[in-house]
Design a binder for this molecule. Structure first.
Ligand code: PLP
Length: 425
């Protein structure tokens, strides 16, 4: 039976059989027992399916991965120990030394570093493009060794909206997949596969968990990208893998080629699996994701409108506001709401922004974002404090930018807290 997203949030991934626990059990075990040596050998030869070691697969983790794959409309998913690991795995599964990727420059700072600094050390080059550039200028970034294009549905911290359909078209016309980090939108508000994206990543640490209880990530494959049509570009999937019984992922696993390779090769060699206990916590968060996203969006829209009217506020960027330059894109890709994260600037100096934050009552100053509690961050004073004002602007972050992550408390209380903090500025 085809199910709607709210139902998948509750029932996806785990169905209790007769006498089994109604709630997803935590299989907190590194390993799984077999009765004969032959039974175990058959698992290693991939002749039988079964669990043998949690670094490769675990029933709790698998159930949660299946739920997220169903929410995104993908064929399979892999959970990772962080969002950083998810983005690294998504790229490293198809890129190696000598390869190149292109990314929107409107992305999370941690991903910016991962792509620009750490991948470079591994011999993978990255070109950052401004998504506001015209097609011709973007096309010029593609090279023969380009393996993928990357962007964030809603960028962190700027709140820019990524034109998924446009970048899917550009990526596909150069024979490469589009990878979209869908962390802030979540599949409740946007399903990038429906717009042509091929692979989706998440920091599940954010709305999916929603309660700041675990750090995690996820990579989901749509199964739509035709690796064989680009046989010579993606030999990592289309030619035998000597490190895994000489099997060829596309031949043996068809639409599950990309995800299977990620598990049997990257997880085997690099690890980065989440603990089953953390997957259980993530699953609890997922159960209420649809409800919470609705409330985050309703609250944030009200707060954004209030900020827009406030004479201490210089500017507000929240794509659901008609005044946002990305409003048309938000209407197209996120018609039911964007997310709870608002970027705004206070009139005055950096010090004013600091005074405002120090005066807040229950709204907390944390580096975290996108969960039930309203929180605030000033990138120039916190995550990006090593940068000068000029360097901040180059990274697309104005020195006065305050990132407000609107939670699901009563919105009148959120506004009252912001008001009293501004009154003391
Ligand atoms: N992607 C986005 C859009 C993020 O906002 C973050 C973290 O803030 C990450 C990835 C990295 O996720 P994690 O902190 O779970 O490693």
């Amino acid at each position: 039976m085809k199910k709607n997203l709210e139902t998948i949030c509750i029932h996806g991934g785990w169905k209790a059989a007769k006498g089994e626990p109604q709630q997803l059990p935590i299989y907190q075990s590194t390993t799984f027992r077999y009765e004969t040596s032959d039974q175990m050998a058959r698992l290693f030869d991939l002749k039988d399916n079964g669990y043998f070691y949690t670094r490769l697969a675990n029933p709790t983790n698998d159930a949660v991965a299946k739920k997220i794959a169903a929410l995104e409309g993908g064929v399979g998913a892999v959970l990772t120990s962080s969002g950083q690991a998810a983005n690294f795995y998504a790229i490293f599964n198809i890129c190696q030394a000598g390869d190149h990727l292109i990314t929107s420059n409107n992305i999370y700072g941690g991903t910016f570093n991962l792509f620009g600094v750490t991948l470079k050390k591994l011999g993978i080059e990255c070109t950052f493009v401004d998504p506001d550039w015209d097609d011709e200028r973007i096309e010029a970034a593609f090279r023969p060794n380009t393996k993928c294009f990357f962007g964030e549905t809603i960028s962190n911290p700027g709140g820019r909206i990524f034109d998924i359909e446009r970048f899917a078209r550009l990526a596909h016309s150069h024979g490469v997949p589009l990878i979209v980090d869908n962390t802030f939108a979540t599949p409740i508000n946007c399903r990038p596969f429906e717009w042509g994206a091929d692979i989706v990543t998440h920091s599940t640490t954010k709305y999916m968990d929603g309660h700041a209880t675990q750090v995690g990530g996820c990579v989901v494959d749509s199964g739509n990208f035709d690796w064989e049509a680009q046989h010579d570009k993606f030999t990592c999937l289309t030619e035998p893998d000597e490190s895994y019984h000489g099997l060829t992922y596309t031949t043996s696993f068809d639409k599950m080629a990309y995800i299977t390779k990620m598990v049997v090769q990257l997880m085997r060699d690099l690890g980065s699996i989440p603990a089953p206990q953390n997957c259980f916590l993530l699953n609890l968060g997922l159960e209420t994701l649809a409800l919470r996203m609705r409330q985050h969006c309703a609250n944030a829209l009200k707060v954004a409108r209030w900020l827009e009217q406030n004479d201490k506020v210089g500017w507000v960027n929240y794509a659901s506001l008609p005044s946002s330059r990305d409003h048309a894109l938000a209407e197209k890709y996120l018609p039911n709401g964007t997310c709870g994260v608002i970027a705004f600037g206070l009139k005055g100096s950096r010090e004013e922004a600091i005074r405002f934050m120090d005066n807040l009552d229950f709204i907390s100053i944390v580096t975290h974002v996108a969960d039930a509690r309203t929180c605030v961050l000033h990138p120039a004073s916190h995550t990006h404090r090593q940068l000068t004002d000029e360097q901040l602007r180059e990274a697309g972050i104005s020195p006065d930018l305050v990132r407000l992550s609107v939670g699901i408390e009563n919105v009148d209380d959120i506004i009252a807290d912001l008001q009293q903090a501004m009154d003391k500025m």
